[in-house]
Design a protein around this ligand. Structure first.
Ligand code: ANZ
Ligand code: ZN
Length: 822
């Protein structure tokens, strides 16, 4: 893509960028000291995956976040705003396979490049705190946490159907399956029965639903709530004791126990472990075939609305105890193994899926809740609303919502069922059959069983040499020196676990590692955790709503329960930036040819122009399109700032100043301070910059009128630089120096608005008669009560109406209104 013509800068932005980046590094200007007495502020941007190149999306996430962190710094906080790399994961491995380089080499080369690019942004990152998750010094602690969780019963191994991506050749967590497809490669996800490690996030489901401490976007909180998916209902058993099996009943989870008398079939998930025992030999072939077919289909396909509801009879019947009816046991793929009990009580009269299933399989449809004006006719679709119980034995005549409680009480009394809560969320599957991740620190011994690697032997190092080509089994399996170990307990020959961890494990606690990044005694220093954590302000993309952000919350609660921290929410405040689009208003993509490379612009216009334009192009949370005209406009404005601020103020020394002009420019200065600091505080960078642009126009006007004092002019210029400093750190530092102010501008406090100077000179005084608006008057702000009343009474409009009437009283509300009561 050709780079469009860019504005000519009035200064050499490259020189200035480099000059100050070097100077700041040399002076350790942004080094964060733990013993700094100022109050702490921890502001974090989601750390990048080292894909190789810092693209404009990274800049869009990071530059505004840096401006906000800089504001906090100027507001007197000791600000920690660190940066690191989320360095493990599939892309490194896939890229390595394609290019024949080792993932380690590929990743480290990318990091090296991205570090340089990141530095060009001029952010306040303290590079001494950088972390790289693929370093043994980091992933050792992943292993340490894993073992802690294992000891606490929070990490466990189980054989269960797992999401399987046939193309990535690895299992995926539920959260990584998007609309039935692998989040990374979009292949349809299937199921595989595998022994896998899982973390018991479900134990924390209710705690995770408590969002009372979160100042987060409502959208994200809602997504988490839905993802956790809490449903209150009942578990009810259906009798199968007549078959003499080792179980006497099959249990189903329902949220509509009021419909129990309307059950005309029971449907089991194809994966249900009891299905085979209930399948009669005559039906065996059909059932097996059906199970096989269901296996190859994704959950989303199975649940799709409008999809035909297929199923097969198992040959067995069960008894609905409330009314003694004998009903067929079916297998149906719209029933999922992962939800409730994996068995549904089919109520075709009142559930649309069950209705369609019954129609298709010739099962009866029974009404037990009356639709409005129902006269006993057949239904065209399930009636899902409220109504009166019918055909429901002793519960007939009750409103169904009242019957719910009574029926469940009755079932509990009989021992046929009980109240129950189901969650949609599943335990977090963390095993990956891939190379580039943290080895799971477990050994399998024939004598001792599953044995955790002792902490003193951590880290279990990732071996260098492995065959990365995905085969469905971990590449570590083929490395004998790695696999064959002595059991840590009994010293007998044993085998190492060869799966690696989901990289979301790394990012679930990385924010803690920045506090003591090189510590080899702890994952994080407990005292520093007390001082800095949790994160005060987190920023990043909304795409992490139910993965990273939920896992990190889970981790914090686990850390709290392990006694390692006192908080239980990792990120107090969250702000999601929007997406930056191409110049054509479309998503940026190589195939569209609309990708913007920030380096091209930084080289010509300087980092500040890119930073400022990204903040100016729209509200940060909404994103917006890139625009060449737009960045040129921003660059021209920076040129104007460059010239304006360097005008020789001595030109004003001998002018005839006017009090009014001085007063007006001061008002402009302090109004600008007030609104810009308020906007920056709330991430409203675009309006903050718009105010500053308006302000520079004002300054220019007053300069031209030559009626202002040079002292006030210089004050106005100084304030402009200070307010712009968080967004354009390089040129403001340069101008600060040129104007003879003390280094560094970034150590100055942000100006505070003087409300008296910011106040308007005139206000609009409302004049009422008996509470009704009759006139409006422009009066000086400082008007006295006496004078206000006098002016109000003197108005010709008021005079006309008051004439000849008796005035009972005159009420004055300072600065607002005069009300005359007749
Ligand atoms: C009988 C019934 C009658 C139901 C009725 C609904 C309406 P939520 O609200 O999402 O929690 N269900 C239970 N387990 C299932 C599984 N493993 N796979 C598919 N569906 C399952 O949904 C709860 C309802 O989903 C349950 O209530 C059950 O159908 C179905 F008029 O039971 B219901
Ligand atoms: Zn052993």
């Amino acid at each position: 893509m050709t780079i469009p013509r860019m504005t000519q800068m009035k200064f050499n932005p490259l020189d200035i960028d480099q000059k100050w980046q070097k100077r700041w590094a040399k002076d350790k200007l942004y080094q964060v000291l733990d013993d700094d007495p100022r109050p702490t502020w921890y502001e974090l941007t989601m750390y990048p995956y080292p894909s190789g190149n810092l693209h404009i999306g990274h800049w869009y996430a990071m530059a505004p976040a840096d401006a906000h962190a800089r504001l906090r710094r100027m507001q007197g906080f000791n600000v920690l705003h660190p940066m690191g790399f989320d360095a493990f994961g599939l892309p490194a491995e896939n890229a390595a396979i394609k290019r024949g380089i080792h993932p380690q080499q590929w990743t480290m080369a990318n990091i090296k490049n991205m570090r340089i690019q990141l530095r060009s942004m001029g952010a306040i990152y303290d590079w001494e705190r950088e972390i790289v998750c693929a370093d043994p010094g980091y992933y050792k602690w992943n292993q340490w946490f894993f073992l802690k969780m294992y000891d606490a019963g929070l990490a466990y191994r189980s054989k269960a159907p797992a999401n399987w991506c046939p193309s990535c050749q690895t299992v995926l967590a539920n959260e990584q399956v998007v609309e039935g497809e692998c989040e990374r490669c979009n292949s349809p996800v299937t199921k595989r029965e595998l022994d896998q490690w899982r973390l018991r996030i479900t134990k924390y489901a209710d705690q995770l639903l408590d969002q009372s401490k979160l100042e987060w976007p409502e959208k994200i909180k809602l997504m988490q709530t839905n993802w956790i998916g809490r449903s209150e209902g009942a578990e009810v058993g259906f009798d199968v004791s007549q078959y003499g099996l080792e179980f006497k009943e099959i249990k189903s989870f329902t949220t509509r126990i009021d419909t129990i008398y309307g059950v005309t079939f029971v449907a089991m998930a194809p994966e249900h472990p009891l299905l085979h025992q209930l399948t009669k030999s005559k039906q065996q072939n059909k059932v097996l075939k059906y199970i096989e077919k269901a296996k190859s289909e994704s959950e989303i396909e199975r649940l799709a609305v409008g999809r035909s509801k297929t199923g097969v009879f198992t040959g067995s019947y069960c008894v609905n105890r409330v009314n003694g009816t004998k009903i067929p046991v079916m297998v149906a793929d719209y029933v999922l193994m992962g939800y409730g009990t994996g068995i549904v009580m089919g109520v075709p009269g009142h559930d649309q899926r069950d209705f369609e299933f019954a129609r298709q399989n010739d099962l009866p449809i029974k009404v037990v809740i009356t639709p409005p004006e129902w006269e006993g006719e057949e239904l065209d679709e399930a009636y899902v609303g409220e109504g009166i119980q019918v055909n429901s034995g002793q519960f007939d005549g009750l409103l169904n919502i009242d019957a719910q409680k009574k029926i469940i009480d009755f079932l509990e009394l009989q021992g046929w069922g009980k109240r129950s809560i189901s969650y949609r969320i599943r335990d977090w599957l963390i095993s990956r059959q891939r190379y580039w991740g943290t080895p799971i620190p477990i050994v399998y011994c024939k004598i001792c069983g599953i044995v955790g690697v002792p902490p003193s032997e951590l880290p279990v190092l990732l071996p260098d040499d492995a065959e990365f080509k995905p085969t469905g089994e971990s590449p570590l399996k083929g490395i004998e020196e790695f696999v064959n170990v002595k059991c840590p307990k009994c010293k007998a020959p044993a085998k190492r676990e060869t799966d690696t961890m989901d990289t979301f494990f790394d990012s679930s606690w990385y924010f803690m590692r920045f506090l003591s990044p090189r510590d080899d005694r702890y994952p994080f220093d407990p005292e520093l955790a007390q001082k800095w954590a949790p994160v005060d302000q987190y920023t990043g993309g909304a795409e992490h709503a139910v993965m990273h952000l939920l896992y990190a919350r889970f981790f914090s609660k686990v850390l709290r329960d392990l006694g390692l921290v006192k908080f239980d929410e990792p990120f107090k405040r969250l702000f999601n930036q929007g997406v930056i689009l191409g110049e054509d208003h479309e998503k940026m993509s190589k195939s569209r040819g609309n990708v913007i490379d920030p380096d091209d612009y930084v080289k010509v216009l300087g980092a500040d122009a890119v930073r400022c334009f990204l903040m100016f192009l729209g509200p940060w949370d909404q994103g917006g399109p890139w625009s060449t005209a737009g960045i040129n406009g921003t660059a021209r404005w920076l040129n104007r700032v460059w010239q304006l601020t360097q005008r020789d103020h001595r030109e004003l020394d001998n002018v005839q100043t006017s009090n009014q002009a001085n007063r007006e420019i001061q008002r402009s200065i302090h109004k600008t301070i007030g609104s810009v600091t308020e906007d920056l505080d709330k991430f409203k960078f675009n309006t903050a910059l718009a105010r500053l642009m308006e302000y520079t126009n004002n300054l220019n006007q007053y300069w031209q009128n030559k009626q202002i004092s040079s002292v006030i002019w210089r004050d106005g210029i100084q304030k402009l630089l200070l307010l712009l400093a968080p967004m354009a750190p390089h040129i403001t530092e340069e101008l600060w120096e040129r104007l003879g102010f003390e280094y560094s501008i970034h150590n100055q406090p942000i100006p505070k608005a003087d409300l008296r100077l910011a106040a308007d000179e005139f206000i609009t005084l409302i004049v009422q008669i008996n509470g009704k608006l009759r006139d409006k008057l422009e009066v000086p702000v400082s008007i006295s009560e006496e004078k206000a009343k006098e002016l109000a009474m003197g108005s010709s409009k008021i005079q006309a109406q008051v004439m000849g009437k008796q005035i009972i009283k005159v009420i004055y509300v300072a600065g607002k209104l005069v009300n005359i009561v007749l």
